[in-house]
Design a protein around this ligand. Structure first.
Ligand code: PLP
Length: 381
């Protein structure tokens, strides 16, 4: 069931997470760095009935089709620096590879529903480290192949994403670093760095918008809530502060359930949404207090709305995968649920949508949108 919830615990106290531009300095030194586009979409603005829609398109981020490399790279870097006992001097990836060589043999391990694991595997490949990625056993062949293409070992876990997280956690050892994007008691540093790493998205948006009108509503897709927490931290100091809205699949809405109750609530699987990056039963322990203090609204959407959002984005020339379309699906859901005025999707609003991935499952993309990724959209004419 789709649902819109006003956060009863929203606070004006300082948000318990400081956003930093430090990761941006790392990202600038990685191969292929460029700010991702911030697209203006008059067509989507007309569709939503708002003044402006800005779409931050993460379909090509550091050579991968999702934003996740931002968190995986910064968190891996911080973990390796901790193992080295100090920050090395380097300015190119080749120099960094040499600097971390004394740590070998070393393995990076992670659980994933697709994008984070591929990003960790890419980081391992760049640094000539090994990688083992744990995935739920219902992951599509295309996503598994994408992780394997980075040279990682993929382990299929009998169960959900949350079961994969539990298995990956047990890998931590002298010769294995777990790079998880979610956190649990006693494991908080790396996932904190993941949240910090995502700040590059918001730093770029600030730079791209310099001198233009301010954003009034931000739609934040939420799986474990790390990206949304990064958004909350980034916008905490904006004046006026935009309304911040989390978006989740209807049957994996652990952020909404936890925000409603004021404490972490597990939403047991199986989670079957096609928005696979959001199929999480537990919010991240360190993201949750940030979300509780800073989210204004939580909305849940069903898969049909994600499909509709993918087609609307495609018609405007933006290739978004199922999870990537969630932010627009959320905005459509808010309107459908009668929340237009409450949330502020009004005719004077500037709405920011994070399209967090491209067509990460090309076959599924073609089935939903009607043409293959990369092909022109005939409905545009
Ligand atoms: C494409 C995409 N968007 C959004 C998210 C949600 O991020 P988080 O788990 O930090 O809430 C994910 C997570 O895997 C993802 O892959």
């Amino acid at each position: 069931m789709e649902e819109l919830l006003k956060n009863p615990h929203r606070s004006d106290d300082p948000v318990p997470f400081a956003s930093t531009r430090e990761p941006l300095e790392l990202h600038r030194k990685l191969p292929g760095y460029a700010p991702t586009p911030l697209r203006e979409s008059p067509a989507l603005a007309a569709r939503l009935g708002v003044a402006r829609v800005l779409v931050k398109v993460e379909s090509d981020r550091l050579g991968l089709p999702a934003f996740k490399m931002l968190g995986a790279s910064w968190a891996t870097y911080r973990a390796l620096v901790a193992r080295l006992g100090g920050e090395p001097q380097w300015s190119t990836i080749d120099e960094l590879r040499v600097a971390v060589a004394p740590l070998r043999p070393l393995r990076l391990a992670a659980a994933t529903d697709g994008n984070h694991g591929r990003a960790v595997a890419r980081m391992a490949k760049l640094l000539e480290l090994d990688a083992t990625i744990f995935v739920p056993d219902d992951m599509t062949a295309a996503r598994i192949a994408a992780i394997k293409s980075e040279g990682a070992t993929v382990v299929l876990v009998d169960g959900t994403y949350d079961d994969a997280v539990a298995q990956s956690a047990a890998m931590q050892s002298d010769d294995c670093v777990v790079i998880s994007d979610t956190s649990w008691p006693g494991y908080e540093d790396t996932p904190r760095h993941v949240i910090e790493g995502y700040a590059t998205i918001f730093a770029e948006i600030d730079d791209q918008l310099a001198g233009q009108s301010t954003v009034s509503v931000v739609m934040l897709p939420a799986g474990v809530g790390a990206l949304a927490a990064s958004g909350v931290a980034a916008y905490a100091h904006h004046v006026p502060r935009p309304k911040l809205v989390s978006v989740e699949p209807a049957d994996a809405a652990c952020v909404l359930a936890s925000v409603r109750d004021g404490h972490m609530v597990e939403v047991p699987g199986p989670h079957r949404s096609m928005m696979v990056g959001l199929n999480c039963g537990n919010a991240s322990l360190i993201a949750f207090p940030v979300l509780l203090a800073g989210l204004d609204w939580c909305v849940t959407v069903h898969d049909g709305r994600a499909e509709q959002a993918m087609r609307l984005l495609a018609a405007d020339g933006i290739e978004a995968g199922e999870t990537g379309a969630a932010a627009l699906a959320g905005a459509l859901g808010v309107i459908e649920l009668g929340g237009r005025d409450l949330v502020g999707l009004t005719d004077d609003a500037t709405v920011l949508l994070l399209v967090t991935e491209g067509a990460t499952d090309p076959e599924s993309y073609e089935q939903i949108v009607g043409h293959a990724p990369g092909a022109p959209d005939v409905t545009k004419a």
